[in-house]
Design a binder for this molecule. Sequence first.
Ligand code: SUG
Length: 443
Amino acid sequence: MTAVEANADGLIGPTHSYAGLSPGNLASSLNKGEASNPRAAVLQGLDKMKRLADLGLPQFVLPPHERPNIPFLRSLGFTGSDARVLEQAWKDAPSFAAAACSASPMWGANAATVTPSADAADGRVHFTPANLVTNLHRSLEHQQTRRALDALFPDTARFAVHDALSPVAHLADEGAANHIRLCAEHGAPGVNLFVHGRDAFEAWDGPFPARQTRQAFEAVERRHACARPVHARQGSAAIAGGTFHNDVVCVGALQTLFFHDLAFEDTDAVQAAIRQQADGLFDPIFVEVSSDDLPLADAISSYLFNSMLVQLPGQSRLTLICPTETRDNPRSHAVARGLVASNGPIGRVEYVDVRQSMRNGGGPACLRLRVVLTETEEAATNPRMRITDDLHGALGVWAARWYRDELRPADLADPALLNESRGALDELTGILGLGSGFYPFQR
Ligand code: SUG
């Protein structure tokens, strides 16, 4: 069966800001309190989407969530008008108020874990939205994410969108950021590498949280009836160094796994397990970068591995789509150039500017959810949510009208921002044909 790897990117919302909400994510902590530029952020994200569409890959958009999240603040006992709820929350519970304002649903790699039909026992494409329980602000995403996935993949004969796993620490799940699928070609049976940071029942004592449990991925694997799983443990040194998701130090596509030598607790065992599951299907290719060539700190600050590894139409070698920060870091840039110069599987490197997202720890790979689709599945997606030149243009005009070009964390308390965000999202539901009632404030 021929299939393509489509991308669905989170559209960056009007409250994009640097509130330092994610411990263990060094960029988020480092930039805490800085002014952001939500308009530049959304335009950078849109340009990346258009770039991928222009390169010939199907590209979809996942709408931002309603923020500030007034229903969440009401659930904490704040009452009165929406403006009053926001004001009181910022006064009495500022950490909860900040969480309620985050634009974090932009990072589509954390939206869900996806199993393509070639690997699912019932022949449908399966999605489990990630519960994201480790961080308060991210735990508020999964219900609206499910709505967005239902809108994009409406045909239940071909797509199965599940609820998130129970939002408890034992089942902490961060979605596709910790999942890589290797295969001979996208439509062929794949090997599914699920990378966890900790066991649900161990006493975790790392300096930073390990956000994914093995048991969460085992549950996703069972629900999706997903074939050929490999469960691997993230390197604890990597987590301690600021690798809050595996996709900060590892990316894979087709036969190729490209990773830093600290990515896994036991690299030999991971390679052996992948080889075993791939036996008779394809020969895996491992491209490992040593700490000598690229110290972990450089890998994390430059996000070499948080790149999109894609097969472009008509090209046999893969293309790595990196953030411009990779080019700005001499060591990372040397590794990237070395890949192209070698006869290895990666033949081309492209750079995209997603600096606004990068400053919160989100590179090109964080912004997208990969979904392998056969031709009939692609035809069953919602065409209104597919990036075309027209939609890219319309969203650019829309963003320029509604988004601020400067936002400080203190501005998140401004009731005018609440109205602007709702105005923007209300208009967006029209542009994307989502129908009124897509957002809680519209109901
Ligand atoms: O979960 N940052 C996100 C970045 C997610 C990146 N995704 C992947 N690696 N796939 C996170 O840490 C920061 C928000 C703030 O601090 O305001 C934040 O949530």
